[in-house]
Write a protein that binds this ligand. Structure first.
Ligand code: SAM
Length: 258
């Protein structure tokens, strides 16, 4: 974009590839009574196309310098809020009248995880379509016994069915970032089994991965290790395993026993 001083600190790499823009926008199909929330509209690459969707749209952009571009896109059904998405109280903006919430965005990579955590905990989106750094995408979708599998993989796969929409080359952006990207679609689902206490399940996975190279006996010192060991035995495992060897179902079972 001519005469625009891109801020690297805000992850400002604007997408210009029409084919990718279409793939992202056409991957959601909301109804009139739904709400789309776009995070970081930038110069409106996705926002312009989202205008064709017949539902309300709310965009959160931190950089007020983009007002001059984005204000021309605003109308009865599309509003831009100039605030740090991480600091907004989403409950103030999500009216109960909406049937389903869809999140969409080419995320500023420096806060990808914080954004996903916020969305998952503060809203109950039907779907999330996000562009993120490719390596981070691999972690989101990682399976047990791989080096990418971590507490975030479990948190996300417990909450969502995750599908890849497309890979995106760094050359599709201005300015060109030094990483490639991937677009993922996260579809909210009830998991096959449910923890008795969700917050305790999240804490257990967080604590289990605190020191990635350590086994469960060391990472979970402050838990009732006898109970954990008894549950592990039912999957032919013991306390010498590392968290990356435990499946989501197994973590849920452990969390239900402690
Ligand atoms: N959606 C545009 C596109 O696809 O070209 C811009 C994407 S750019 C990767 C990320 C955008 O997020 C930038 O416009 C940046 O200013 C904005 N942003 C960065 N941090 C933000 C935050 N905390 N809250 C809201 N927007 C933020």
């Amino acid at each position: 974009m001519k005469n625009f001083d891109y801020k690297k600190s805000l992850g400002q790499n604007f997408l210009f590839d029409k084919n990718i823009i279409n793939k992202i926008v056409s991957s959601i199909n909301p109804n009139e009574e739904d709400l789309i929330i776009e995070i970081g509209p930038g110069a409106g690459a996705l926002t312009k196309e989202l205008k064709n969707k017949n539902c309300d749209k709310l965009c959160f952009e931190i950089d007020t310098r983009l007002k001059s571009i984005l204000s021309s896109l605003e109308d009865d059904k599309l509003k831009v809020i100039y605030e740090d998405f991480l600091k907004v109280d989403l409950s103030k903006y999500i009216d109960k009248k909406y049937k389903n919430i869809y999140f969409i965005g080419n995320l500023p990579y420096y806060i990808t995880t914080a954004i996903i955590n916020k969305i998952t905990k503060e809203a109950k989106p039907k779907e999330i379509v996000i562009m993120i750094q490719k390596e981070v995408g691999l972690r989101f979708m990682a399976k047990p016994n791989t080096k990418e599998y971590n507490s975030l993989s479990i948190f996300l796969q417990y909450n969502y069915d995750i599908k890849k929409v497309c890979d995106v080359s760094r050359n599709c952006f201005d300015p060109i970032p030094n990483v490639d990207s991937v677009v993922l679609k996260l579809i909210k689902r009830p998991y096959s089994i449910i923890p008795n206490k969700e917050e305790e399940f999240y804490k257990l996975i967080h604590d289990s991965f605190v020191h990635k190279r350590k086994n469960l006996r060391n990472n979970l010192k402050n838990y009732d290790l006898n109970k954990i060991e008894n549950t592990l035995k039912t999957f032919n495992k013991d306390l010498t395993v590392r968290a990356e060897q435990i499946t989501i179902e197994e973590f849920i079972k452990i969390s239900n026993e402690i």
